[in-house]
Design a protein around this ligand. Structure first.
Ligand SMILES: C[S@@+](CC[C@H](N)C(=O)[O-])C[C@H]1O[C@@H](n2cnc3c(N)ncnc32)[C@H](O)[C@@H]1O
Length: 391
């Protein structure tokens, strides 16, 4: 039997027994988000079990509050550029433990008091366990009337209702992906079967026309054996975000690349990875429901999806440049040189690590091409984001 959470393994095996092999994207959906037994959906035995230094992986907000501080600064500038609306809403989707929200709110309350008076913060997370953790970490703010709201699904937020900022950090990489491989028959998709009590992958035809359509413009040079991932959910999500934003910005941080880079012919093994206790592996059929799974984000198709649905691309940069544009050097100068705090903040900027692996895409709607501090420095030029891949 494949290893993992026993009830989850049984639920997936039973779906395969009923309907035959399932596309990998469905397997990943169940492993991470099965309503009762999925990795993100179960209450962890210890709150630190998943995200954090003692969990399977850590995110920027575990490293240092400085990212939240910079985001607060960027949000306050957006508020001014929008003409200081009576109500400015930050919608954070996939807030994990809620630490970034905590850092943003704390900074706004202390440094940007006038902005804070007009701020509403909506946390959207499909996981009840994560929402509970967010409430614990944001306990200080719970009694401030009207400040915080939780929803489980963006569909439960009024369409076209938001003026403000739609923000996410490491959300899109956690969407289930289709996995494909070039074979002698052309491009085939990885499906998951269950044989002798074990999950196994099999290569079969593509499961949808949309997938075939997305592959066409990026796959011309791929050699036989080439394997990669396509995140169709990300484009659907971007459309949904665009529909909810009346006026304002979308700011997406994640590890990823432009399509030109992500789908170049020498990146033969794709970017799919599993995370378990701070180590990585490429074995999704081990520890099913007990380890995270991710794939790097295609920022070109995110930008293209936005452009097809009323969002203009403001700019694209990496985390290091974004933070530098927002004055991280001055923020770091306030920390004691070589202290653990100082080293942690530097970690977010590392040119061969989080500083460049993480990218920042900003889009806008209902405002003329705005100049944002976070986009002052851009390591990408000209048509770097351009892709012929349709949204
Ligand atoms: C990797 S964690 C994000 C970590 C967090 N943003 C941080 O900075 O530490 C992914 C989060 O996204 C949530 N999530 C994934 N898909 C979602 C969806 N479609 N709607 C809402 N939340 C989602 C998960 O429950 C989880 O809390």
């Amino acid at each position: 039997m494949s290893t993992g959470h026993p009830e989850l393994v049984a639920a997936i095996a039973s779906e395969i027994a009923d309907s035959g092999p399932i596309p990998f994207v469905r397997f990943m959906e169940l492993a991470l988000y099965h309503p009762q037994f999925g990795y993100y959906m179960r209450s962890p035995e210890s709150p630190q079990e998943r995200i954090g230094w003692r969990g399977d992986f850590y995110t920027s907000s575990d490293v240092h509050p400085i990212l939240g501080q910079a985001l607060a600064k960027q949000a306050e500038q957006m508020y001014r550029l929008l003409g200081q609306p009576h109500s400015f809403t930050i919608v954070e989707m996939g807030p994990g433990k809620g630490l970034l929200a905590k850092h943003i709110l704390t900074t706004c309350a202390h440094r940007y008091r006038s902005f804070f008076q007009h701020l509403r913060y909506v946390l959207v997370d499909r996981s009840p366990a994560m929402r509970e953790l967010q409430r614990k970490n944001l306990a200080t703010w719970l009694d401030r009337a009207g400040l915080l709201t939780w929803v489980d699904d963006l569909a439960n937020v009024d369409p076209h209702s938001l003026t403000g900022l739609f923000f996410s950090n490491e959300l899109v990489d956690s969407f289930p992906v289709h996995r494909v491989q070039v074979t002698a028959n052309g491009i085939e998709e990885l499906w998951v079967d269950c044989r002798d009590g074990r999950f196994v992958e099999c290569l079969m035809p593509l499961s949808s026309d949309t997938l075939a359509h997305r592959l066409r413009p990026v796959s011309a040079d791929w050699p036989e054996g080439y394997r990669t991932e396509i995140n169709l959910r990300a484009s659907e999500w971007m459309k949904q975000v665009a529909q909810h934003l009346n006026r304002g910005f979308v700011l997406t941080i994640d590890y990823g690349h432009t399509a030109q880079d992500l789908y170049r012919s020498d990146r033969k093994h794709g970017t799919f990875l599993c995370y378990f206790r701070q180590s990585i592996n490429e074995e999704p059929f081990l520890r099913v429901g007990e380890q995270d799974m991710t794939a790097h984000v295609d920022f070109s198709s995110l930008a293209a999806a936005g452009e097809s649905h009323t969002l203009q691309t403001t700019g694209f940069t990496n985390q290091m440049s974004f933070l530098m544009g927002l004055g991280i050097e001055q923020m770091i100068a306030e920390l004691e040189q070589d202290s653990p705090q100082f080293k942690a903040a530097i970690h977010l900027l590392k040119p061969n690590g989080m500083g460049t692996t993480f990218k920042v895409l900003i889009q806008h709607k209902g405002i003329q091409q705005p100049d944002l501090d976070g986009l002052q420095y851009k390591p990408f030029f000209g048509s770097a984001l351009t892709t012929q891949s349709a949204a």
